[in-house]
Design a protein around this ligand. Structure first.
Ligand code: NAP
Length: 257
């Protein structure tokens, strides 16, 4: 018997086997949750299909989170195929490369809008679309992914840090708004991991070295550890936790000098 037998989840943000979303999906599936995945654009379809096919009874659907019609269509398919929803994972972020690389003061208006739309507003849009399905399950749990650069100015993180600050505020406001409907909303603030998205951050390799040197545990986090934290937040194990930003970063954030 798995902890999550009979429960269902929807996963946004698998690009490949190094994606944080895939680590969390594997942990959820290990405990018996049935999963649906989305991918953005045809170029990712085959990769996501072949990963999803390694899990029992999974579903794969297209969705660009900036497109309301695609969001509606994903939730209609999940309703039809799964009939309920217990967990929603938001593991999606984007900012134009030039806005990450330029001096922060030169951030473009368009880049600012795009980064906030994809990386923060999408959490609100997806959670709203999930509500009727959560209702069928008697409640639900939402988990997003964030980074320390939302709280502190981290060199090279720039516009993405501002978008993550917005995402973290969305987590708290959604949690306050939806708690009475038994919907919980939390985020994991993960230490740096070498993924596709991370490669867009200038100086990412030195960020990894710095974290491993300074963090109390003297190492970087493993994908599997973020997977297990996601399992905790998306399962009834965390039933009285909502609106929280949970660090999974080898303790890096607690260190001063
Ligand atoms: P990843 O594997 O590249 O995942 C990012 C995902 O976001 C990709 O699947 C990407 O698809 C998707 N995405 C971007 N724009 C989208 C859109 N308009 N619609 C739908 N999906 C879209 O990288 P990751 O590191 O696992 O990132 C997952 C989350 O963790 C992000 O929120 C990231 O900020 C956060 N995070 C990462 C780290 C780290 O060090 N890696 C640390 C803390 C937090 P495309 O490939 O098509 O763009």
């Amino acid at each position: 018997m798995g902890l999550l037998d009979g429960k269902t989840g929807l996963i946004f943000g698998v690009a490949n086997k190094r994606s944080i979303a895939w680590a969390i999906a594997q942990a959820l599936s290990r405990e018996g949750m049935r999963l649906a995945f989305t991918y953005q654009g045809e170029r990712l379809k085959d990769g996501v299909d072949s990963l999803a096919n390694t899990l029992p009874d999974s579903l794969v659907l297209p969705c660009d989170v900036t497109n309301d019609a695609e969001i509606d269509s994903v939730f209609a398919s999940v309703d039809k195929e799964l009939g309920r929803l217990d967990a929603l994972l938001h593991s999606v972020a984007f900012a134009p490369r030039e806005d990450l690389e330029n001096d922060f003061v030169n951030t473009s208006r368009e880049g600012f809008k795009t980064a906030h739309d994809i990386s923060a507003y999408s959490l609100v849009a997806l959670t709203r679309a999930a509500l009727p399905l959560f209702e069928k399950s008697g409640g639900g749990s939402v988990c997003a992914l964030t980074y320390y650069g939302a709280e502190k100015a981290v060199e090279g993180y720039n516009l993405m840090g501002v978008a993550k600050a917005s995402l973290e505020a969305c987590v708290r406001y959604l949690a306050a708004n939806l708690g009475p409907r038994n919907v919980r909303v939390n985020a994991i603030s993960a230490g740096p991991v070498n993924t596709l998205a991370a490669r867009g951050i200038k100086g990412f390799t030195s960020m990894l070295h710095h974290h491993a040197e300074r963090a109390p545990l003297r190492r970087n986090v493993e994908l599997e550890e973020i997977g297990n934290a996601g399992l905790f937040l998306l399962s009834p194990m965390s039933s009285s936790i909502t609106g929280e930003i949970m660090f999974v970063d080898s303790g890096y954030n607690i260190v001063g000098l």
